[in-house]
Design a protein around this ligand. Sequence first.
Ligand SMILES: *[C@@H]1O[C@H](CO)[C@@H](O)[C@H](O)[C@H]1NC(C)=O
Ligand SMILES: *[C@@H]1O[C@H](CO)[C@@H](O)[C@H](O)[C@H]1NC(C)=O
Ligand SMILES: *[C@@H]1O[C@H](CO)[C@@H](O)[C@H](O)[C@H]1NC(C)=O
Ligand SMILES: *[C@@H]1O[C@H](CO)[C@@H](O)[C@H](O)[C@H]1NC(C)=O
Ligand SMILES: *[C@@H]1O[C@H](CO)[C@@H](O)[C@H](O)[C@H]1NC(C)=O
Ligand SMILES: *[C@@H]1O[C@H](CO)[C@@H](O)[C@H](O)[C@H]1NC(C)=O
Ligand SMILES: *[C@@H]1O[C@H](CO)[C@@H](O)[C@H](O)[C@H]1NC(C)=O
Ligand SMILES: *[C@@H]1O[C@H](CO)[C@@H](O)[C@H](O)[C@H]1NC(C)=O
Ligand SMILES: *[C@@H]1O[C@H](CO)[C@@H](O)[C@H](O)[C@H]1NC(C)=O
Ligand SMILES: *[C@@H]1O[C@H](CO)[C@@H](O)[C@H](O)[C@H]1NC(C)=O
Ligand SMILES: *[C@@H]1O[C@H](CO)[C@@H](O)[C@H](O)[C@H]1NC(C)=O
Length: 316
Amino acid sequence: MFFLSLLFLLLAFGSSIMSNGLGIEDFFPDAKQNLTKITWAHAVNNRNYLNTTLKDDDINMIEADVIMGTLKSENSKNLLPVMGHPPENVSDLSLQMFLDQVKAFNLNVTVANNTRKGVKLDFKSTDAFNSSIQIVTTFDKENFPIWINADILPGPIDAGEPTVDAKNFFKGANLFPNSILSIGWTTQYNDSNTGGYKSSQISDMVDVIKNNKISQNITFPVRAGLAAQSIDLLVNLTEQVPNSTLTIWSSLEDNVDTEKLRLLIKKNGLNKTFIDVPRELLEKLHLNDLPNGGSPLRNPIWFIALVMLILNFGIN
Ligand SMILES: *[C@@H]1O[C@H](CO)[C@@H](O)[C@H](O)[C@H]1NC(C)=O
Ligand SMILES: *[C@@H]1O[C@H](CO)[C@@H](O)[C@H](O)[C@H]1NC(C)=O
Ligand SMILES: *[C@@H]1O[C@H](CO)[C@@H](O)[C@H](O)[C@H]1NC(C)=O
Ligand SMILES: *[C@@H]1O[C@H](CO)[C@@H](O)[C@H](O)[C@H]1NC(C)=O
Ligand SMILES: *[C@@H]1O[C@H](CO)[C@@H](O)[C@H](O)[C@H]1NC(C)=O
Ligand SMILES: *[C@@H]1O[C@H](CO)[C@@H](O)[C@H](O)[C@H]1NC(C)=O
Ligand SMILES: *[C@@H]1O[C@H](CO)[C@@H](O)[C@H](O)[C@H]1NC(C)=O
Ligand SMILES: *[C@@H]1O[C@H](CO)[C@@H](O)[C@H](O)[C@H]1NC(C)=O
Ligand SMILES: *[C@@H]1O[C@H](CO)[C@@H](O)[C@H](O)[C@H]1NC(C)=O
Ligand SMILES: *[C@@H]1O[C@H](CO)[C@@H](O)[C@H](O)[C@H]1NC(C)=O
Ligand SMILES: *[C@@H]1O[C@H](CO)[C@@H](O)[C@H](O)[C@H]1NC(C)=O
């Protein structure tokens, strides 16, 4: 008994100091155990904005939307994956150009310099996703983080059906084993229509993950205003799904209960929570006085070791 508890103590200690794989924390070492340090540029959907974002040393992750559309410069009716947000359907930046440019930029900066960027691609339709698979595959082995995002399930407050089919999404995403899958719910939010994620929506997500073979790490993009009303459900979700995190996002005009949102971040842990919200909301969150990580006892191995030690002393 004593040796068993010693073994679990060693395991717990080992698992808390070990850093495995080339994950996001290896790419952005400053954010180790505090993912809220990772900074975001949002809707980087045209050449001009991409250029200024790449030059901005304060940005770590570039979020951008992928739609089917035509390229301005080509003056052709050829539909291809381009950067843009619906209802747009014309862009000066294709997905291929976007990824080429990020890759070239990252190759050009030294690792020590730490101004390299990762990308989060938000696919707006099954068609846009399907047509992008081939392109994204060729970047999967490049040494920068690629997040594959889509709303794959219907979300709170009559948010409507997802425009990316879940089964189709997972099947395609299998071809990017090195990516992080960012899978969320559709949302609808305004002052007269607040609310939160429902427990049935959370279990639908758990089911869809179980029913599809997924090898990548998962992050759940959740809308700040809704997430703040669903603290326990979301903390439970990241506890249930191994290697998963939350990515909290918000629209500029969303009314958010900042105290509750702080509590969510605290309970879920700075090491399991990415924050991509407008500056004004970010400042209200006062992240500097939140403790790092959840309670150490959240790690089940610590818990088992502790219980065994107590039992051990009880028996002697
Ligand atoms: C979690 O991540 C670790 C390190 O990359 C990996 O060894 C493990 O298989 C992952 N677990 C799951 C369930 O994905
Ligand atoms: C997956 O998550 C685990 C921690 O939960 C981390 O150690 C690993 O580096 C992550 N892998 C990637 C590819 O992000
Ligand atoms: C953006 O940068 C690329 C590569 O450095 C350059 O070819 C292009 O002209 C720039 N575009 C704009 C709109 O600044
Ligand atoms: C793009 O949208 C415009 C305006 O809604 C529409 O007239 C046009 O047919 C669309 N183009 C394509 C290629 O779908
Ligand atoms: C690479 O770095 C050089 C020197 O800083 C710069 O002139 C050039 O534009 C950079 N290329 C890319 C693709 O960022
Ligand atoms: C890192 O890159 C930035 C932008 O290109 C440059 O201003 C800075 O001097 C570089 N720092 C180091 C340590 O190379
Ligand atoms: C996407 O591709 C899958 C096959 O991988 C196919 O079954 C599906 O119909 C396609 N959907 C669209 C909208 O292109
Ligand atoms: C708020 O959301 C509800 C429910 O989706 C919608 O019917 C209503 O039109 C929205 N109100 C505003 C002001 O956008
Ligand atoms: C957490 O999820 C599990 C599995 O779905 C469920 O049995 C449990 O009741 C949940 N706990 C809370 C606090 O929601
Ligand atoms: C975590 O990161 C945030 C954002 O940079 C910072 O304000 C906070 O002080 C950090 N907290 C810890 C415990 O490292
Ligand atoms: C997050 O921090 C807590 C508390 O320090 C720790 O138990 C847990 O293993 C950490 N999780 C990850 C994914 O690093």
